[in-house]
Design a protein around this ligand. Sequence first.
Ligand SMILES: NC(=O)c1ccc[n+]([C@@H]2O[C@H](COP(=O)([O-])OP(=O)(O)OC[C@H]3O[C@@H](n4cnc5c(N)ncnc54)[C@H](OP(=O)(O)O)[C@@H]3O)[C@@H](O)[C@H]2O)c1
Length: 251
Amino acid sequence: MTGATGNVGRQVVAQLLSTGTPVRALMRDAQQPRLPEGAEAVEGDLSRPGTLERALAEIETVFLIWPFLTTEGAPAVLDVIAGHARRVVYLSSSGVNDAAERQTDPINQLHADMESLIEKSGLQWTILRSNTIASNARGWAEQIRGAGVVRGPDIAATAVIDPRDIATVAVRVLIDDGHERATHVLTGPQVVSRAQQVHAIGEAIGRPLRFEKVPIAAARKQLLADGRPPALVEALLAGAEVQGSGHREIS
Ligand SMILES: NC(=O)c1ccc[n+]([C@@H]2O[C@H](COP(=O)([O-])OP(=O)(O)OC[C@H]3O[C@@H](n4cnc5c(N)ncnc54)[C@H](OP(=O)(O)O)[C@@H]3O)[C@@H](O)[C@H]2O)c1
């Protein structure tokens, strides 16, 4: 398991363990007690392929997330994985458009490039293309605790999906045979705008909340204030600029 401490990964770990499947988690800091009991933690860093060997010993299947904004280093990481494992399940984005020569935004381009590297890696592969993950909304926590107004760019409505649902699909694909060379698109039950999502969170916590669309410059300031890394902020805003609210991210 890569990304085992993340929003999606920790759900995958917990659900795999509940099926009795042994789980080994790659951790940058294996001393941090952030894994459910029963998972084995082994130290390693995806930005340093040489550190991955120990984590991969006797591993058959790898759940791979790619936490970077470029594919730099990915071929070397895939080589190390292919030297040990038979299969990889990669968490990609539903925004990837197979028909496009170039993707419309940098994050979808990253995932398209990762997918093609994986397909050439010699590993058996399955791709899970997820729509917007609901846990992104954790970035709004401070704004919700404060004025109750979430300020953000005017991006397309998407079929926001709960990370637990992504994990349920991931576990099936990791455990069952029959998903080789398959690309599964994962969505939540309905397409929601950010305003609808913020409203739903308000209903759930019993406080009226509202979303306020702001121009890109103000959105940049807010995303940085929310604690998102600057390079990610620029990639998200590039996506927001091309997506605009008139278009849906998925079809
Ligand atoms: N957000 C979306 O709407 C969306 C949509 C489609 C696909 N995705 C993909 O889903 C993936 C997972 O999302 P998430 O929300 O679960 O991520 P997340 O909560 O941000 O977690 C990132 C994980 O990556 C690990 N990590 C970071 N740098 C690492 C490194 N150098 N070596 C090894 N591990 C490293 C972190 O471990 P530490 O504990 O060491 O920090 C953490 O477990 C994303 O990477 C993205 O590509 C996201």
